[in-house]
Design a protein around this ligand. Structure first.
Ligand SMILES: [Zn+2]
Length: 319
């Protein structure tokens, strides 16, 4: 948890950023002397937003958000409204967490043994998985979690085929890790959006292209954005970077790297971005193209860079 003073600091810088990004909201819609307020970057739209005064921090209406989620090793980065924050925990992040556990289990990263359903030669049992693919996977039987005899049949069969053939396989079903793959993916989209907001600010994510992104975060099964993430599994879990992509041309925009995932986000007015991605043959074939561009440092607190640019800068471009 970050210190209360840090939360107030994040509040102040973000409130100042919003006032710079949307000066007419302040001057035309609000009574004079309205105290500074924070606008949640998740539930903001081009026509409405939720505003919170400083007291909201003490009232727990604003809370710190980890990017990526804490369960994925993320750090507290910015404030969001508690409603958006807690909804994501159960509706998105829990799915992302369960999606990672089979991989973590096989890599030996889990501290405890992991429950699985193992099948060999048509016989299945509930079992516990230990060890790792590198050091040898261990399967532990659970006699009391299986019908009488199932255990003996399974290990008897395993013994037999291991003796008689060197071409055999066990299938492992990670039934305790069942998750909605779309919700798991959108958890990463949300994290990428929040990192982009923290780095580049309101002016950037209020671009028209981001309406589709927020729609997808609010409703993971909507068709507003269907292709946005690739897996590059050779990356370390702690890798973090924002890449301004120049090539290939159809991926011009941002690539947000978080561990093994790369999430693609548009520049503010690129309304065709996700349609290009969907049509891209490399994406369709599941292969990863090499990206060319420049890397920006990962944010460690709200920086909101574009909001503090000279206001005469009308459009934000990275070309
Ligand atoms: Zn919100």
């Amino acid at each position: 948890m970050v210190a209360v003073s840090t939360r107030f600091k994040w509040f102040d810088v973000s409130a100042a950023a919003f006032a710079r990004a949307c000066p007419t909201v302040i001057s035309e819609l609000l009574p004079e002397g309205t105290p500074p307020f924070y606008v949640c970057p998740l539930c903001i739209t081009e026509s409405s937003f939720k505003a919170f005064f400083r007291e909201a921090i003490d009232q727990h209406l604003l809370s710190e958000e980890h990017v990526p989620p804490a369960s994925q090793g993320g750090r507290a980065l910015l404030l969001t409204c508690t409603e958006c924050n807690s909804a994501a925990g159960t509706e998105l992040d829990a799915h992302a967490h369960r999606a990672e556990r089979p991989v973590a289990a096989l890599e030996g990263q889990l501290r405890d043994v992991h429950s699985v359903r193992a099948t060999v030669g048509g016989h299945s049992i509930n079992a516990l998985l230990g060890g790792s693919l590198a050091d040898g996977v261990k399967l532990f039987g659970r006699p009391r979690h299986n019908p009488p005899g199932a255990h003996e049949t399974f290990f008897g069969e395993l013994d037999r085929i291991a003796r008689e053939s060197d071409d055999w396989s066990i299938s492992l079903q990670f039934s305790a890790d069942r998750h909605d793959a779309e919700r798991a993916a959108v958890s990463w989209l949300r994290a990428a959006y929040l990192a982009t907001f923290a780095k580049l600010g309101y002016r950037f994510v209020l671009g028209r292209a981001y309406r589709r992104v927020r729609d997808k975060i609010a409703d993971p099964h909507s068709q507003s954005v269907t292709t946005f993430r690739v897996v590059a599994s050779d990356r370390s879990a702690n890798a973090r970077a924002i890449v301004v992509v120049k090539e290939p041309w159809y991926l011009r925009g941002l690539a947000i790297i978080m561990g093994p995932y790369i999430v693609f986000l548009p520049v503010p007015d690129d309304l065709e971005f996700y349609d290009r991605l969907k049509a891209d043959p490399d994406h369709r074939n599941g292969t990863m193209v090499s990206l060319k561009g420049s890397v920006i440092d990962w944010p460690t607190e709200p920086e909101l860079y574009c909001d503090f640019l000279d206001p005469s800068v009308k459009s934000i471009s990275f070309d």
